[in-house]
Design a protein. Structure first.
Lengths: 259, 310
């Protein structure tokens, strides 16, 4: 404040506005003041960190920026994705860009889609003591302990379904006293489910058959002959499925629909 | 009526026969079994180290869930699950320090509904309110022999069956506390109630080999042989168990047993609930007999139904 005292009045007011919106955060123990509106990820960059690892899509999907934080006066470790979590005053922050969890290598084509496959590739799954820390550590609000429990019970479909939102950030594994790698168990189940158990989509097979049967070739050839302006016109007049359309929606022009 | 039932993980994959026969049998005794929401593995082993109390978290969470769903009793069939749940429950009732520590830990629980993502927090402390009963105990004390007898649909004609208690069901006595470990009756009384005759033999509480099946399979083979042979010598036509691990050792090891011990000729192993379900009129197809390594089908031949006391 003493520095600004000698500055012109207008500049002082401006600086104070800026100060008012700054919040203190602690990155790996060091204090920084950052704009209150930033996400943890942007705040780190604002503070001068160059993020090479531990940042990916910046949209809450890739799971690269798993972060743990805590507030003074609370023992509780909280979690979030750095790109999705807005800074709060006095946050103590540490990022967990990578976790060296056990990872089985397998050929999904030949892997049997039975519960025993999880047991064979990740036998440590049975070490789970049911403490529930994984569920408390999930930034995606997944019932992690619940799906590990289903993995122990050998229910692949339940594991696949209840781990579906996982972004593989690794925070569950980082905090697991049994050294489980929950996210790798989850993705194994989802792969097995998708490859071997999920009912095949009939309409997809039909669409592929139509493509292979050259159903669309003529229309494509015609499109190729059109000039840019004509293409733009067609594009603009496209009938697009409304966002919240129900399953029975069909376009007005049905000539390209499968049978 | 509805009754809380903890199947345990093994019953969901390896011992489905025990699960389905339990459900089918209890339906015929007017009991609908309901699983506590979100149950997890009980831990399989009760933590024997005084200070290592984390092993109590999982069984106590299951019991708390039963209480929060309005349940007063939780029944289970697997001997391992039963031992863990019952002992953990007693620890919470009797030991104020354990009660305090485990509740302090479980108070931070977050329960997330897998579908709606609804979060439940602020759980009430659990103080041992639920009563943990083995299904044999429930049948003896809550259903009662007269009711079981009145519902019998098949005459088992005094089929000679050897009850096998194993290690977990009755001991430690002061904790399990539902029968006399040195001269138990609960299994024998059950068999007699459903129309079998209970074979008395010396090895009914000897170990089947338990987890040695993994590290020292030969030892488990030998231990199981001793039990099976003793039962057979006393004229048993089958051995019946409550525990999936006993079942595994005594059933699937019989090929190895026969190779090693030439005096042994094979003996079917049954879950007690398969016998109960059969006696109560459940179809043979839903008893899970396909899970058996030693064929047990011949014990479940349809005989012309004789009207047993109605």
């Amino acid at each position: 404040m003493s520095k600004t005292a000698s500055k012109p009045k207008k500049a002082v007011a401006k600086a104070k506005d800026a100060e008012a919106s700054l919040v203190p955060i602690f990155v790996m123990g060091k204090r920084y003041e950052v704009p209150a509106s930033l996400t943890i990820q942007k705040a780190l960059e604002y503070a001068g960190y160059q993020l090479v690892r531990g940042c990916g899509c910046r949209g809450g999907i890739c799971g690269a920026c798993g972060t743990v934080y805590r507030f003074p006066g609370s023992y509780r470790i909280e979690v979030g994705l750095a790109c999705q979590t807005v800074v709060q005053p006095e946050m103590y922050i540490a990022q967990l860009p990578f976790f060296p969890g056990n990872k089985a290598v397998y050929d999904i084509e030949t892997l049997p889609a039975v519960g025993g496959t999880i047991a064979a590739l990740y036998p440590e799954v049975f070490k789970c003591v049911g403490c529930g820390t994984c569920t408390r550590s999930c930034p995606m609000d997944i019932d992690v302990m619940g799906y590990i429990s289903k993995a122990i019970q050998g229910d692949l479909t339940a594991v696949a379904q209840s781990s579906f939102d996982c972004v593989m950030c690794g925070l569950c594994a980082a905090r697991c006293p049994a050294e489980e790698v929950q996210y790798n168990i989850g993705i194994l189940a989802r792969r097995l489910y998708a490859r071997h158990l999920a009912p095949k989509a009939k309409h997809l097979a039909e669409a592929v058959k139509n493509v292979e049967g050259k159903k669309f070739d003529k229309a494509l050839q015609e499109l190729k002959k059109k000039d840019l302006e004509a293409l733009k016109k067609i594009y603009k007049s496209l009938e697009i499925e409304p966002d919240m359309a129900d399953e029975s929606w069909t376009p007005t022009d049905k000539s390209f629909l499968g049978e | 009526m509805k009754l809380h039932y903890y199947p345990g993980c093994t019953l969901k994959e390896k011992a489905v026969a025990l699960d389905i026969s339990t459900r089918e049998a209890m339906k015929r005794l007017d009991v609908e079994l309901v699983e506590p929401e979100g149950w997890t593995c009980c831990g399989a082993e009760y933590p024997l180290t005084e200070e290592k109390i984390v092993g109590l978290a999982a069984p106590i969470r299951v019991l708390r869930q039963v209480r929060d769903e309005g349940g007063e009793v939780l029944v289970t069939t697997c001997s391992f699950c039963f031992a863990v749940l019952k002992r953990a429950n007693k620890a919470l009732r009797d030991d104020p320090l354990k009660r305090k520590r485990i509740n302090a830990f479980l108070r931070d629980d977050i329960q997330i509904d897998p579908l709606t993502k609804a979060r439940t927090t602020d759980f009430e402390d659990y103080n041992g309110e639920v009563q943990v009963l083995h299904l044999l105990e429930y049948l003896r004390d809550r259903v009662g022999t007269p009711k079981i007898k009145s519902r019998l649909k098949r005459d088992l004609k005094g089929l000679a069956v050897a009850p096998y208690y194993g290690c977990r069901l009755l001991r430690p006595q002061e904790e399990m506390a539902f029968d006399e470990p040195d001269a138990p009756r609960v299994f024998e009384d059950f068999l007699e109630a459903v129309g079998c005759s209970a074979v008395d033999y010396a090895f009914k509480q000897e170990c089947c080999g338990s987890y040695l099946s993994v590290s020292l399979p030969d030892a488990a083979t030998e231990a199981s042989y001793r039990v099976l042979r003793a039962a057979q010598m006393e004229g048993a036509r089958a051995v019946t168990v409550t525990c999936p691990l006993c079942f595994y050792n005594m059933d699937s090891r019989q090929a190895a047993i026969k190779e090693k011990f030439l005096d042994f000729s094979g003996l079917p192993v049954l879950y007690f609930t398969q016998i109960l379900a059969w006696a109560l009129g459940v179809d043979r197809e839903v008893l899970g007999l396909g899970e058996h390594a030693v064929p047990a089908d011949s014990l479940f031949e349809e005989v012309p139904t004789t009207e047993v006391r109605t």
